[in-house]
Design a protein around this ligand. Sequence first.
Ligand code: PMP
Length: 342
Amino acid sequence: MIDVSRWVRPAIAKLTPYSSARDEFAGDADVYLDANESPFGDYNRYPDPMQKLLKEQLAVQRGVSENQIVVGNGSDEIIDLIFRTFCEPRTDVVAAISPSYGMYAVTAAIHDVKLIELPLNTEFDIDESTLDLIQSEDRIKAVFMCSPNNPTGNLLSSKWMERILNTNLLVVIDEAYIDFANENSWISRLDEFENLIVLQTLSKAWGLANARVGLAFTSPVIADWMNRVKPPYNVSGLNQEAAIHALQNPTQQRERVARIKSEKTRVEQSLAALGSVVKIYPSQANFILVEFNNAQEIFKHLMAEKVIVRDRSSLVKNTLRITIGSQEENTRLIETLQKLES
Ligand code: PMP
Protein backbone atom coordinates (compact mmCIF):
# COMPACT_ATOMS: atom_id res chain seq x y z
CA MET A 1 0.00 0.00 0.00
CA ILE A 2 1.29 3.43 -0.92
CA ASP A 3 0.38 6.21 1.47
CA VAL A 4 -0.83 8.63 -1.20
CA SER A 5 -1.82 11.22 1.36
CA ARG A 6 1.81 11.90 2.22
CA TRP A 7 2.21 13.40 -1.27
CA VAL A 8 -0.42 16.06 -0.65
CA ARG A 9 0.91 19.62 -0.21
CA PRO A 10 0.91 20.65 3.46
CA ALA A 11 -1.55 23.50 2.84
CA ILE A 12 -3.94 21.08 1.15
CA ALA A 13 -3.56 18.43 3.85
CA LYS A 14 -4.91 20.88 6.42
CA LEU A 15 -7.48 22.51 4.16
CA THR A 16 -11.12 22.68 5.11
CA PRO A 17 -12.70 22.46 1.67
CA TYR A 18 -15.46 24.83 0.59
CA SER A 19 -18.85 23.38 1.36
CA SER A 20 -22.41 24.37 0.59
CA ALA A 21 -25.66 23.79 2.46
CA ARG A 22 -26.71 21.43 -0.30
CA ASP A 23 -23.86 19.06 0.51
CA GLU A 24 -25.67 18.27 3.74
CA PHE A 25 -29.10 17.87 2.20
CA ALA A 26 -29.59 14.72 0.17
CA GLY A 27 -32.53 14.82 -2.25
CA ASP A 28 -34.66 17.63 -3.62
CA ALA A 29 -35.64 20.45 -1.28
CA ASP A 30 -38.74 22.57 -1.82
CA VAL A 31 -37.11 25.94 -1.37
CA TYR A 32 -33.51 26.90 -2.04
CA LEU A 33 -32.50 30.14 -0.39
CA ASP A 34 -28.94 29.14 0.47
CA ALA A 35 -26.74 30.16 -2.44
CA ASN A 36 -27.71 33.73 -3.35
CA GLU A 37 -28.91 32.66 -6.78
CA SER A 38 -31.54 34.52 -8.75
CA PRO A 39 -35.04 33.02 -8.58
CA PHE A 40 -35.49 33.96 -12.29
CA GLY A 41 -34.27 32.55 -15.57
CA ASP A 42 -33.30 29.19 -17.10
CA TYR A 43 -29.74 28.99 -15.91
CA ASN A 44 -30.24 30.50 -12.48
CA ARG A 45 -29.16 27.53 -10.33
CA TYR A 46 -25.63 26.37 -9.67
CA PRO A 47 -24.74 23.02 -11.23
CA ASP A 48 -24.10 19.85 -9.23
CA PRO A 49 -20.59 20.42 -7.81
CA MET A 50 -19.82 16.68 -7.70
CA GLN A 51 -21.25 15.92 -11.16
CA LYS A 52 -23.12 12.92 -9.80
CA LEU A 53 -25.14 11.92 -12.89
CA LEU A 54 -22.14 12.22 -15.19
CA LYS A 55 -19.99 10.16 -12.83
CA GLU A 56 -22.67 7.48 -12.49
CA GLN A 57 -22.66 7.04 -16.23
CA LEU A 58 -18.88 7.12 -16.56
CA ALA A 59 -18.47 4.61 -13.74
CA VAL A 60 -20.65 2.08 -15.53
CA GLN A 61 -19.03 2.68 -18.93
CA ARG A 62 -15.44 2.58 -17.73
CA GLY A 63 -15.81 -0.08 -15.05
CA VAL A 64 -14.65 2.09 -12.14
CA SER A 65 -16.30 3.43 -9.00
CA GLU A 66 -17.72 6.95 -8.93
CA ASN A 67 -15.22 7.83 -6.21
CA GLN A 68 -12.38 7.17 -8.65
CA ILE A 69 -13.42 9.97 -11.01
CA VAL A 70 -12.53 13.67 -11.13
CA VAL A 71 -14.30 15.85 -13.69
CA GLY A 72 -12.57 19.02 -14.83
CA ASN A 73 -13.16 21.98 -17.10
CA GLY A 74 -11.19 20.19 -19.79
CA SER A 75 -8.26 17.97 -18.91
CA ASP A 76 -6.19 21.15 -18.82
CA GLU A 77 -7.95 21.98 -15.56
CA ILE A 78 -7.14 18.52 -14.23
CA ILE A 79 -3.44 18.98 -15.04
CA ASP A 80 -3.62 22.22 -13.07
CA LEU A 81 -5.43 20.45 -10.20
CA ILE A 82 -2.68 17.83 -10.01
CA PHE A 83 -0.13 20.59 -9.43
CA ARG A 84 -2.32 22.43 -6.95
CA THR A 85 -2.96 19.28 -4.95
CA PHE A 86 0.45 17.62 -4.96
CA CYS A 87 3.28 19.88 -6.12
CA GLU A 88 4.75 22.33 -3.63
CA PRO A 89 5.98 25.47 -5.46
CA ARG A 90 9.79 25.94 -5.43
CA THR A 91 10.23 22.57 -3.71
CA ASP A 92 8.82 19.65 -5.66
CA VAL A 93 10.03 18.59 -9.10
CA VAL A 94 8.04 16.91 -11.85
CA ALA A 95 9.24 15.03 -14.93
CA ALA A 96 7.57 14.90 -18.33
CA ILE A 97 8.37 13.15 -21.57
CA SER A 98 9.64 15.45 -24.31
CA PRO A 99 8.46 16.32 -26.92
CA SER A 100 4.91 16.18 -25.61
CA TYR A 101 1.85 18.21 -24.81
CA GLY A 102 2.88 21.75 -23.89
CA MET A 103 0.60 22.24 -20.90
CA TYR A 104 2.67 20.03 -18.56
CA ALA A 105 5.56 22.50 -18.79
CA VAL A 106 3.34 25.59 -18.86
CA THR A 107 1.40 24.47 -15.80
CA ALA A 108 4.62 23.57 -13.97
CA ALA A 109 5.96 27.06 -14.74
CA ILE A 110 2.74 28.71 -13.55
CA HIS A 111 3.09 26.87 -10.24
CA ASP A 112 6.81 27.56 -9.99
CA VAL A 113 7.54 23.84 -9.99
CA LYS A 114 10.72 22.67 -11.72
CA LEU A 115 10.16 20.35 -14.66
CA ILE A 116 12.72 17.81 -15.80
CA GLU A 117 12.41 16.72 -19.41
CA LEU A 118 12.54 13.01 -20.21
CA PRO A 119 13.73 12.96 -23.84
CA LEU A 120 12.05 10.33 -26.00
CA ASN A 121 14.31 8.05 -28.06
CA THR A 122 14.51 8.05 -31.87
CA GLU A 123 11.26 6.03 -32.01
CA PHE A 124 9.66 8.72 -29.82
CA ASP A 125 9.41 6.09 -27.08
CA ILE A 126 10.51 5.75 -23.47
CA ASP A 127 13.10 3.13 -22.48
CA GLU A 128 15.59 2.23 -19.78
CA SER A 129 17.23 5.66 -19.93
CA THR A 130 13.87 7.25 -19.07
CA LEU A 131 13.69 5.14 -15.94
CA ASP A 132 17.34 5.88 -15.10
CA LEU A 133 16.75 9.61 -15.41
CA ILE A 134 13.69 9.43 -13.16
CA GLN A 135 15.59 7.43 -10.55
CA SER A 136 18.62 9.71 -10.60
CA GLU A 137 16.58 12.68 -9.26
CA ASP A 138 15.30 12.30 -5.74
CA ARG A 139 12.87 15.19 -5.58
CA ILE A 140 10.52 14.04 -8.37
CA LYS A 141 6.93 14.00 -7.20
CA ALA A 142 5.09 13.23 -10.42
CA VAL A 143 5.83 11.89 -13.89
CA PHE A 144 3.76 12.98 -16.90
CA MET A 145 3.48 10.70 -19.90
CA CYS A 146 1.15 10.96 -22.86
CA SER A 147 0.08 7.91 -24.85
CA PRO A 148 -0.72 8.18 -27.73
CA ASN A 149 1.64 11.09 -27.50
CA ASN A 150 0.96 14.58 -28.80
CA PRO A 151 2.55 15.67 -31.20
CA THR A 152 4.27 12.42 -32.24
CA GLY A 153 1.13 10.26 -32.44
CA ASN A 154 2.64 6.99 -31.16
CA LEU A 155 1.77 4.88 -28.12
CA LEU A 156 4.49 4.55 -25.48
CA SER A 157 5.85 1.15 -24.54
CA SER A 158 3.62 -0.33 -21.85
CA LYS A 159 6.53 -2.32 -20.45
CA TRP A 160 8.43 0.88 -19.57
CA MET A 161 5.32 2.68 -18.41
CA GLU A 162 4.76 -0.21 -16.02
CA ARG A 163 8.35 0.02 -14.77
CA ILE A 164 7.83 3.74 -14.13
CA LEU A 165 4.57 3.02 -12.30
CA ASN A 166 6.51 0.62 -10.10
CA THR A 167 8.78 3.44 -8.91
CA ASN A 168 5.76 4.45 -6.79
CA LEU A 169 5.93 8.08 -7.81
CA LEU A 170 2.71 9.79 -8.84
CA VAL A 171 2.30 8.81 -12.50
CA VAL A 172 0.01 10.65 -14.90
CA ILE A 173 -0.82 8.90 -18.17
CA ASP A 174 -2.56 11.33 -20.50
CA GLU A 175 -4.86 9.35 -22.78
CA ALA A 176 -6.49 12.25 -24.62
CA TYR A 177 -6.23 10.25 -27.87
CA ILE A 178 -6.76 6.69 -26.56
CA ASP A 179 -10.09 6.23 -28.37
CA PHE A 180 -8.25 6.33 -31.70
CA ALA A 181 -5.59 3.81 -30.65
CA ASN A 182 -5.53 0.06 -30.93
CA GLU A 183 -4.50 -0.48 -27.34
CA ASN A 184 -6.61 -0.50 -24.18
CA SER A 185 -6.76 2.26 -21.63
CA TRP A 186 -4.71 2.02 -18.43
CA ILE A 187 -8.03 2.46 -16.60
CA SER A 188 -8.31 -1.33 -16.53
CA ARG A 189 -5.15 -1.47 -14.37
CA LEU A 190 -6.09 1.15 -11.77
CA ASP A 191 -6.53 -1.56 -9.13
CA GLU A 192 -2.85 -2.49 -9.48
CA PHE A 193 -1.45 1.04 -9.22
CA GLU A 194 -2.68 3.39 -6.53
CA ASN A 195 -0.22 6.01 -7.81
CA LEU A 196 -1.77 6.17 -11.28
CA ILE A 197 -3.86 9.02 -12.68
CA VAL A 198 -5.31 8.34 -16.13
CA LEU A 199 -6.34 11.53 -17.92
CA GLN A 200 -8.97 11.45 -20.62
CA THR A 201 -11.05 14.08 -22.35
CA LEU A 202 -14.33 14.41 -24.23
CA SER A 203 -12.66 17.00 -26.51
CA LYS A 204 -11.36 14.60 -29.13
CA ALA A 205 -13.15 11.34 -30.00
CA TRP A 206 -16.34 12.44 -28.23
CA GLY A 207 -16.56 15.68 -30.21
CA LEU A 208 -17.06 18.00 -27.23
CA ALA A 209 -14.05 20.34 -27.29
CA ASN A 210 -16.38 23.31 -26.86
CA ALA A 211 -17.99 21.84 -23.74
CA ARG A 212 -14.68 21.52 -21.84
CA VAL A 213 -15.04 18.20 -20.08
CA GLY A 214 -11.87 16.48 -18.90
CA LEU A 215 -11.70 13.33 -16.80
CA ALA A 216 -9.28 11.78 -14.36
CA PHE A 217 -9.60 8.13 -13.34
CA THR A 218 -7.50 7.24 -10.34
CA SER A 219 -7.48 5.69 -6.87
CA PRO A 220 -10.26 6.86 -4.53
CA VAL A 221 -7.69 8.55 -2.26
CA ILE A 222 -6.18 10.66 -5.04
CA ALA A 223 -9.62 11.49 -6.46
CA ASP A 224 -10.79 12.61 -3.03
CA TRP A 225 -7.86 15.01 -2.56
CA MET A 226 -8.29 16.49 -6.00
CA ASN A 227 -12.03 16.90 -5.56
CA ARG A 228 -11.39 18.84 -2.35
CA VAL A 229 -9.15 21.27 -4.24
CA LYS A 230 -11.21 21.85 -7.40
CA PRO A 231 -13.45 24.92 -7.57
CA PRO A 232 -16.94 23.86 -6.44
CA TYR A 233 -18.79 24.53 -9.69
CA ASN A 234 -15.98 23.90 -12.16
CA VAL A 235 -18.11 22.22 -14.85
CA SER A 236 -21.30 24.01 -15.87
CA GLY A 237 -24.64 22.22 -15.90
CA LEU A 238 -24.89 22.77 -19.66
CA ASN A 239 -21.57 21.05 -20.15
CA GLN A 240 -22.43 18.19 -17.82
CA GLU A 241 -25.61 17.64 -19.84
CA ALA A 242 -23.71 17.74 -23.11
CA ALA A 243 -21.28 15.15 -21.73
CA ILE A 244 -24.07 12.84 -20.52
CA HIS A 245 -25.80 13.16 -23.86
CA ALA A 246 -22.65 12.29 -25.84
CA LEU A 247 -21.78 9.36 -23.58
CA GLN A 248 -25.27 7.93 -24.05
CA ASN A 249 -24.43 7.39 -27.68
CA PRO A 250 -21.25 5.29 -27.82
CA THR A 251 -22.29 3.85 -31.20
CA GLN A 252 -22.12 7.28 -32.77
CA GLN A 253 -18.74 7.85 -31.16
CA ARG A 254 -17.40 4.56 -32.54
CA GLU A 255 -18.71 5.36 -36.03
CA ARG A 256 -17.09 8.78 -35.96
CA VAL A 257 -13.79 7.36 -34.75
CA ALA A 258 -13.91 4.79 -37.59
CA ARG A 259 -14.53 7.57 -40.12
CA ILE A 260 -11.65 9.62 -38.80
CA LYS A 261 -9.35 6.59 -38.95
CA SER A 262 -10.26 5.79 -42.55
CA GLU A 263 -9.78 9.45 -43.48
CA LYS A 264 -6.40 9.29 -41.76
CA THR A 265 -5.37 6.47 -44.11
CA ARG A 266 -6.55 8.47 -47.13
CA VAL A 267 -4.69 11.62 -46.01
CA GLU A 268 -1.53 9.59 -45.33
CA GLN A 269 -1.67 8.01 -48.78
CA SER A 270 -2.23 11.33 -50.54
CA LEU A 271 0.54 13.08 -48.61
CA ALA A 272 2.98 10.23 -49.22
CA ALA A 273 2.71 10.94 -52.95
CA LEU A 274 3.85 14.55 -52.53
CA GLY A 275 7.45 15.49 -53.32
CA SER A 276 7.69 17.85 -50.36
CA VAL A 277 6.80 15.15 -47.81
CA VAL A 278 9.85 13.49 -46.28
CA LYS A 279 8.17 11.29 -43.67
CA ILE A 280 4.81 10.57 -42.14
CA TYR A 281 5.14 9.30 -38.59
CA PRO A 282 2.84 6.38 -37.72
CA SER A 283 -0.11 7.68 -35.73
CA GLN A 284 -2.48 6.11 -33.20
CA ALA A 285 -4.29 9.44 -32.79
CA ASN A 286 -6.56 11.74 -34.83
CA PHE A 287 -3.61 13.68 -36.20
CA ILE A 288 -0.43 12.94 -38.08
CA LEU A 289 3.02 14.39 -37.66
CA VAL A 290 4.52 15.01 -41.09
CA GLU A 291 8.07 15.93 -41.94
CA PHE A 292 8.35 18.21 -44.99
CA ASN A 293 11.52 19.34 -46.70
CA ASN A 294 10.31 22.92 -46.18
CA ALA A 295 7.80 22.80 -43.32
CA GLN A 296 7.76 26.50 -42.53
CA GLU A 297 7.12 27.50 -46.14
CA ILE A 298 4.31 24.96 -46.45
CA PHE A 299 2.83 26.14 -43.17
CA LYS A 300 2.76 29.74 -44.40
CA HIS A 301 1.35 28.77 -47.76
CA LEU A 302 -1.44 26.75 -46.15
CA MET A 303 -2.18 29.64 -43.82
CA ALA A 304 -2.40 32.05 -46.79
CA GLU A 305 -4.85 29.61 -48.35
CA LYS A 306 -6.84 29.66 -45.09
CA VAL A 307 -5.94 26.10 -44.13
CA ILE A 308 -4.53 26.03 -40.62
CA VAL A 309 -2.27 23.25 -39.38
CA ARG A 310 0.20 23.28 -36.50
CA ASP A 311 3.90 23.93 -37.05
CA ARG A 312 5.73 21.60 -34.64
CA SER A 313 9.20 22.24 -36.07
CA SER A 314 10.40 23.61 -32.74
CA LEU A 315 9.75 20.16 -31.21
CA VAL A 316 10.51 17.81 -34.11
CA LYS A 317 12.57 19.24 -36.95
CA ASN A 318 10.65 20.31 -40.07
CA THR A 319 7.29 18.93 -39.02
CA LEU A 320 3.68 19.98 -39.24
CA ARG A 321 1.01 18.35 -37.12
CA ILE A 322 -2.13 17.86 -39.15
CA THR A 323 -5.48 17.04 -37.53
CA ILE A 324 -7.72 14.65 -39.45
CA GLY A 325 -10.87 16.63 -40.18
CA SER A 326 -14.01 16.00 -42.22
CA GLN A 327 -13.68 14.52 -45.68
CA GLU A 328 -14.14 17.99 -47.23
CA GLU A 329 -11.55 19.58 -44.96
CA ASN A 330 -9.02 16.84 -45.67
CA THR A 331 -9.59 17.10 -49.41
CA ARG A 332 -9.07 20.85 -49.24
CA LEU A 333 -5.76 20.30 -47.43
CA ILE A 334 -4.60 17.69 -49.96
CA GLU A 335 -5.60 19.79 -52.97
CA THR A 336 -3.95 22.89 -51.57
CA LEU A 337 -0.69 20.97 -51.13
CA GLN A 338 -0.96 19.36 -54.57
CA LYS A 339 -1.49 22.76 -56.21
CA LEU A 340 1.58 24.11 -54.51
CA GLU A 341 3.67 21.41 -56.16
CA SER A 342 2.15 21.62 -59.65
N1 PMP B 1 -3.80 16.39 -23.20
C1 PMP B 1 -3.39 16.33 -24.46
C2 PMP B 1 -2.34 15.35 -24.82
C3 PMP B 1 -3.93 17.17 -25.43
O1 PMP B 1 -3.48 17.11 -26.68
C4 PMP B 1 -4.93 18.09 -25.05
C5 PMP B 1 -5.58 19.03 -26.03
N2 PMP B 1 -4.82 19.61 -26.97
C6 PMP B 1 -5.31 18.13 -23.72
C7 PMP B 1 -4.74 17.26 -22.81
C8 PMP B 1 -6.32 19.11 -23.20
O2 PMP B 1 -7.59 18.75 -23.58
P1 PMP B 1 -8.89 19.38 -22.95
O3 PMP B 1 -8.49 20.46 -21.99
O4 PMP B 1 -9.66 19.91 -24.11
O5 PMP B 1 -9.59 18.24 -22.27
